[in-house]
Design a protein around this ligand. Structure first.
Ligand code: GRF
Length: 212
């Protein structure tokens, strides 16, 4: 059975969606860079091994990355899954796990890389927002895209409303992407990912169905 390591920093709801999806995998460990991550408790409650590599204990990004890689390599996972992991990883770390390191980002990349994506989406007035699962490269939030889900942005939305709507989709697409990866259904060519089931139609927001 394939093995994954999940890296988190906080709440851990994406981690939980992966743990509870019944995927054909073994979670070797959940690692957090913060001792107080709520997600660590959730993992432990489910009998998953956890550990902490606290970035604050290391003098440089490289030293932290090396310590993290040492922990990960000791578990020899097939894939490393970033699930709300809020540290930027250096080029050497990313290269070490090239093609085996995936992330979920709360926007339709390449729109809104970085933080505060829902606030920025509201400020820009976009009508469709969403989330992306992608391979990690040395460019922040910019690797080959595996799957995206879109949600409408409603006139009445607060940042929290939008975040919740996107998060519900994150919990659907991340386990799906991991399943495709484990099943060997994804193929990379020219910086694009192919495979996975085809999309099923057109999403418009506001809806234009009545205008046809
Ligand atoms: C998610 O929105 C994820 O896309 C982003 O950080 C958030 C983490 O949430 N990278 P959780 O810890 O998975 O609940």
């Amino acid at each position: 059975m394939k093995r994954i390591v999940i890296l988190i920093s906080g709440r851990g709801s994406n981690m939980l969606s992966i743990l509870e999806a019944g995927l054909p995998l073994e979670v070797s460990a959940v690692i957090s860079n913060r001792r107080d991550s709520e997600g660590l408790h959730l993992a432990r409650e489910r009998g998953i091994e956890t550990c902490t590599v606290e970035h604050a204990n290391y003098p440089s990004r490289e030293a932290f990355d090396d310590a993290l890689a040492e922990k990960i390599d000791a578990l020899s996972p097939d894939y490393v899954v970033l699930a709300g992991f809020m540290r930027i990883l250096g080029n050497a770390f990313v290269a070490r796990y090239s093609g085996r390191l995936i992330n979920i980002h709360p926007s339709l990349l390449p729109a809104f890389p970085g933080t505060n994506t829902h606030k920025r989406a509201l400020e820009e007035g976009v009508k469709i927002h969403g989330c992306t699962v992608h391979f990690v490269t040395d460019q922040l939030d910019h690797g080959a895209i595996i799957v995206q889900a879109a949600v409408p942005v409603l006139d009445s939305d607060t940042e929290d409303d939008l975040a919740a709507r996107v998060l519900a989709q994150e919990h659907r697409i991340y386990p799906a992407a991991i399943r495709w990866l484990l099943e060997g259904r994804l193929r990379m060519a020219g910086g694009r990912v192919f495979g996975g089931p085809p999309g099923r139609g057109i999403l418009a927001s506001p809806d234009i169905a009545d205008e046809r």
